[in-house]
Design a protein around this ligand. Structure first.
Ligand SMILES: [Zn+2]
Length: 123
């Protein structure tokens, strides 16, 4: 996990980055023709192919993220009270980035304890 965000959000981010990179490569490749003329066509060809592959990969990641999010567990975050989704046994809340886990052995604090803390903070 590179960005300390929930896994679904991270997949989306990577999908977006790859799409941007792919489009950037295609634009740069095409710009190569303008700058270098005939020899730039090779650069343009390579750029177009790599750009296309990157776009396809990002599409696959988006698709995968979509598939994963349908199997994700939906729950109310005990910290910010928003409905979030988590993948696997441990994930971060999509909104407040709190680490959530379904595995009691990994939990440092239970949902009940968070409730108690929140209640204590309010009173
Ligand atoms: Zn939250």
């Amino acid at each position: 996990m590179f960005f300390k965000s929930s896994k679904i959000n991270e997949f989306r981010l990577w999908g977006l980055l790859l799409t941007m990179a792919g489009m950037g490569l295609m634009v740069l490749g095409t710009a190569g023709i303008v700058f270098w003329g005939q020899s730039g066509k090779v650069v343009a060809g390579v750029g177009l192919v790599i750009g296309l592959v990157a776009m396809m990969a990002s599409l696959a990641i988006y698709f995968w993220a979509g598939m994963l999010s349908t199997s994700a567990v939906q729950l109310e975050c005990p910290e910010c009270r928003k409905l979030t989704k988590m993948l696997g046994k441990t994930d971060r809340c999509m909104f407040c980035k709190t680490i959530l886990t379904l595995d009691p052995t990994h939990a440092t604090i239970t949902a009940e304890e968070v409730e108690e803390q929140n209640a204590a903070a309010k009173s």
